[in-house]
Design a protein around this ligand. Structure first.
Ligand SMILES: [Zn+2]
Length: 189
């Protein structure tokens, strides 16, 4: 970077104080700050390294926890990322089976917790609701009428109605199904 006689106002990257830089590439107000910055970078690199080592150790711990059917509350906080208070509340509410091996030695069911915390991600099972009938009888055919009109046997009519989930209503000895839907289903055009 070419030197110039211009003084460039900058903030020191180390002490954050404003100073007049000699070049646009100058980052620090003084050799002291430049030196300090270098030391801190080293310190941060060391910290990151320590953190990584710690993380690797806890990976072993997590792997260990994952093989046991019963785990401690502290282990559950690691494994499921929820607070001790939340876990205690779940235990008190009877949502997670737990037992005491002694003071501060509560053990809880890992499998139960897993089921509980992964169930959220599972797609909801479609509920099989009974088909509700919203039609009046004058808007409906009886099975025999369908059979006659479309030339299909009553058992085929029944099977088809069931297969397509067409709503039906039994009144006395007759089963009523909506004309609208039957016409759509059986009409040939
Ligand atoms: Zn400085």
């Amino acid at each position: 970077m070419a030197k110039s006689n211009l003084k460039i106002p900058k903030l020191c990257e180390q002490c954050r104080k404003p100073f007049e830089a000699k070049t646009v590439a100058t980052r620090f107000c003084s050799p002291y700050c430049a030196n300090k910055s270098g030391k801190e970078k080293k310190k941060q690199a060391k910290k990151a390294e320590q953190k990584q080592t710690l993380l690797e150790k806890s990976i072993d711990k997590i792997a260990d926890i994952q093989t046991r059917p019963y785990i401690s509350i502290t282990e559950a906080t690691i494994l499921f990322g929820i607070s001790k208070d939340t876990i205690r509340r779940l235990i008190i509410a009877g949502k997670i089976p737990a037992f005491n091996l002694g003071q501060r030695l509560t053990r809880i069911s890992r499998l139960h917790m897993e089921a509980m915390f992964t169930a959220v991600d599972l797609p909801e099972e479609p509920k099989e609701e009974p088909v509700r009938m919203h039609y009046e009888t004058n808007e409906c055919y009886k099975i025999g009428e369908i059979s006659e009109k479309f030339g299909i046997s009553p058992s085929t009519v029944n099977n088809t109605i069931r297969r397509y989930g067409i709503p039906r209503r039994q009144v006395g000895k007759f089963v009523y199904v909506p004309k609208e839907q039957i016409d759509k289903l059986f009409s040939t055009n």
